[in-house]
Design a protein. Structure first.
Length: 124
């Protein structure tokens, strides 16, 4: 796969979150997936899917920038920055985010699955 194909995996994961496509996330996230948010909150695959299923958190499409792909032994690491908007329906709060991210994907049984996603707020 080319770097563009691998970046498209990350875009597909983000798109599934935007669309609240929980079935797609169920298949593309590794069973040991961990999402560390920019505020330090950590969620497992099941916790993330359950939270998204409530419909109270809306992720708007992200713009990825400065993306770099690294490959090693059935693993890819994608680093870059993202700009996105997140809405919390229960509180009415909206956040415009600019983050640096690291996303780790592993190839098991012939398919790619997201294992780790970590984001950090960019310095202002």
């Amino acid at each position: 796969m080319t770097d563009t194909d691998l970046i498209d995996l990350e875009r597909a994961r983000l798109d599934a979150m935007n669309r609240l496509d929980l079935a797609a996330l169920q298949t593309m996230l590794h069973d040991q997936f961990t999402f560390t948010h920019m505020n330090g909150m950590r969620e497992s695959k099941d916790e993330l899917i359950a939270r998204l299923g409530l419909g109270t958190t809306i992720y708007h499409p992200a713009v990825l920038e400065d993306v770099i792909v690294r490959k090693a032994a059935g693993t890819i690491v994608i680093n870059g920055t993202s700009r996105l908007k997140v809405e919390l329906k229960d509180t009415g709060a909206t956040f415009d985010m600019h983050n640096r991210f690291t996303s780790v994907w592993v190839n098991e049984s012939g398919g790619w699955a997201a294992l780790v996603y970590h984001s950090t707020a960019m310095a202002q």
